[in-house]
Design a protein around this ligand. Structure first.
Ligand code: GFB
Length: 314
């Protein structure tokens, strides 16, 4: 059942599960140049947590390739506040889509994870081999365990049934179509909104969660989509692949960079009642670089684009 490597999208039916999300919509934008037919179905018409419904839809629609970008996602606060949903919803959606894809003889499947699968104190930058080498960061362990299970599910289906199912782990994503809700979002959209609102209201103070010292590597979502398409075409193996930008920054410096882009000259106030989470999360991206992929957008350009998309959305 394992397909050709390199894989071609030309003339193929490609299901983007989660096409309305930030990553799914970026994948659809990227696939527009691949001469393939994009399949998508709205949440109201197909509940991905319903095993029978997913099985029937996949068998009827016969995709040749699948991007599994549907997931319950959120920033540090959402992860910490809704452990049951972050574990259960993600596990069941992965199980349903991966299992149905096997039965429908899907030629190639991409499972999308996250850099939070690695141990909290993993050696930096984190290589793919750091998986399951130590305890996870408590604020996101539920999500991380679901994502680790997804990687292992792809690996198990490859080993037992010869399915060409692969996994990729991008670092902290942001960009067009991001969630700007202050409690459930990630740090980039949250700071864009808070800093913009402070500027408009003339406030001189913006709250930053935690100490501002955690280090994060951010990746613009269209770069991630490009890497996912690249891996689908060029990679076929057990091990998941990291997708990084190599550009690391502290949360305090990120706030200053966003303030510069938005034109906010006020102060920042650090609320240490809010968690810092993982102290550092930098990916070792040697594997994807050796395959020949490199990101295009640097952080400043990505932030400018994200800010522009925020302004269009309000
Ligand atoms: O982006 P974020 O929520 O995700 O937070 P994680 C990154 C850092 O920014 C943390 C700080 O140290 C936050 O405390 N931060 C400062 C803020 N101000 C804010 C704010 O207003 N909102 C938010 N959200 N953060 C998530 C995981 O971890 O990363 C997920 O929980 C997932 O599982 C995702 O892996 C990519 O990087 O801490």
């Amino acid at each position: 059942m394992r397909g050709p490597n390199p894989f071609s999208f030309a003339g193929k039916r490609v299901w983007v599960a989660g096409h309305r999300g930030m990553v799914g919509s970026a994948i659809c934008r990227r696939l527009a140049t691949e001469n393939c037919e994009i399949l998508s179905i709205d949440r109201g018409e197909l509940e991905l947590r319903d095993q029978t419904a997913v099985y029937n839809w996949v068998v009827e629609n016969k995709p040749d390739a699948v991007f599994l970008a549907a997931a319950k996602v959120g920033g540090i606060s959402a992860n910490d506040s809704f452990p049951a949903e972050f574990l259960y919803d993600n596990l069941i959606v992965e199980c349903n889509v991966i299992n149905a894809s096997k039965f429908a003889n899907v030629e190639k499947l991409m499972f999308l994870g996250s850099a939070c699968i690695y141990p909290r104190d993993a050696e930096q930058p984190m290589a793919e081999t750091a998986l399951l080498s130590g305890p996870l960061e408590p604020t996101n362990e539920w999500y991380a365990i679901a994502k680790i299970a997804g990687i292992k599910l792809c690996e198990a289906f490859r080993r037992q049934y010869g399915c060409d199912f692969i996994s990729a782990m991008p670092n902290n994503l942001y960009g067009q179509g991001d969630n700007f809700d202050l409690e459930s979002s990630h740090v980039v959209p949250a700071l864009i909104r808070k800093i913009y609102e402070a500027k408009i209201s003339g406030s001189n103070s913006v709250e930053i969660w935690g100490t501002g010292t955690p280090m994060r590597e951010f990746m613009y979502v269209d770069d991630c989509a490009d890497a996912l398409v690249f891996l689908m075409k060029n990679y076929s193996d057990d091990e998941h692949v990291n997708i990084g930008s190599g550009e690391e920054i502290s949360i305090a410096k990120l706030a200053t960079r966003i303030a510069y882009i938005i034109g906010y000259a006020g102060e920042f106030h650090y609320n240490t009642d809010r968690p810092d989470g993982t102290p550092r999360k930098l990916l070792n991206d040697r594997k994807i670089s050796d395959l020949g992929w490199k990101n295009e957008f640097d952080l400043t350009e990505g932030l400018r684009r994200t800010y522009a998309s925020y302004l269009e959305s309000i």
